[in-house]
Design a protein around this ligand. Sequence first.
Ligand SMILES: Nc1cc(N)c2c(=O)[nH][nH]c(=O)c2c1
Length: 373
Amino acid sequence: MTKRFSFDLKATDGKARTGVINTPRGEVRTPAFMPVGTAATVKAMMPESVRATGADILLGNTYHLMLRPTAERIDRLGGLHKFMNWERPILTDSGGFQVMSLAGLRKLTEKGVTFKSHIDGSKHELTPERSIEIQRLLGSDIVMCFDECPALPADRERIAESMRLSMRWAERSREAFGDRPGHALFGIMQGGLEQDLREESAEALRKIGFEGYAVGGLAVGEGQEAMFGCLDYAPDFLPVDKPRYLMGVGKPDDIVGAVARGIDMMDCVLPSRSGRTGQAFTRHGVVNIKNARHADDPRPLDENCSCPACSNYSRAYLHHVFRSNEMISGMLLTWHNLHYFQEIMQGMRDAIAAGTFEAWQAEFHAQRAQGDI
Ligand SMILES: Nc1cc(N)c2c(=O)[nH][nH]c(=O)c2c1
C-alpha cells in the first residue's frame, strides 16, 4: 500500500479519462462517484454495504461534523475512519458551502464566516485555517480548500469578487495545510458561468499548486445546459495530470455528461436522499415506487440489476414497505440507487479504457425511457 498520494491517468477517450488515485488508505478508481456520508454515516447504509455497492471513497461534511459531535471529539476517538468504521479514503468538504445553505445569521468577511448553528443556535466561525484544522482533526485523506460559492443569480461583478476572495482563501488554505505526506489538498475553481473568470481562477489555483482541483460553483440551480456549457471549457483550464472533481453532481445523465467533458470525481446526495423518499434510478429511467400502480407488480425494480433490492424483492413489496413507512424501505432503495450509480461509473471506466465511450453513451441514453416507469 502506497504511503503517497498520486494520480495515474490510465486512458482517455475523447475528453473522458479513466485512472487511479493512489492513497495510503487505498485506491480510488476514476471516474469515481462519492456517496455522501454527511454526519459520519451514509444514511440508511452500513459501511460494508456502501463498499459492496462498489464505492472506493466517501464524502464527509465538515459543517455537520464540526457542530455535532465536533471534530475534536472525533479526533479524540481516533478519527473519522475509525469513528464511522470506514477504513478506505474519505474526502471532506470545507464547510463553507453548507454554512451558506444551512446555517443562520451568517456574516461573511475577508477573514471567514461567522454563523449560528442550525442545530442549537450556537455561534461559530469558519476560516480557511479553521476549516483545514477541522479536516485534519477528522483525518480526511482529501481536504478541500475553504471557499465561497456565490448564490445564483449573481451579477458578474459579484461572481468576480467572490471568486477572488476564494482564491485568497485558497492561498491561506494551502499555507494552513502544511506538509502532510499521503494526504491531499484540492483547490476549488470558481467563476460562475463566466469563461474568463473561470480561466483566471484556474490560473490562480495552478500558481498555488494543489494535488487535485475541483470545479465549484455549479449544480447551484443553473440547469444542465448551462452546467455543460461551462464544463465544455472549464476542465481544460486545469492540469491534465491531477484529478478533477465536480462538486455536488448529480443525476445519472449529469454524471455521464460531466465525465464526457473531462471530470474524474463527483459527489451527490441524490441517490441516497432519493432512495429514502422512494425514487429509484434505473437504466430505463426513474421509478417512483410509492405510485399505486406498483402495488401488485411482482417484477423487480430492474431485472438487470444485481443489488439486494432487485435480487430479492418485488416492486409490490417495495411499494408496501414505503407505504407502511418501514425502515427497510429506505435501506433497500438507497442500496439500489448507490449500486446503480456505481454500475454507471464502472461502465464508463471500462468503456473509456476500451475506447468505446461514445457507443457506451449512446446505449446509456437509448435505454432511458422518459419520466416515471
Ligand atoms: N454544488 C456545490 C457543492 C459543494 N459542496 C460545493 C462546495 O463545497 N464548495 N464550493 C462549491 O462551489 C460547491 C458547489
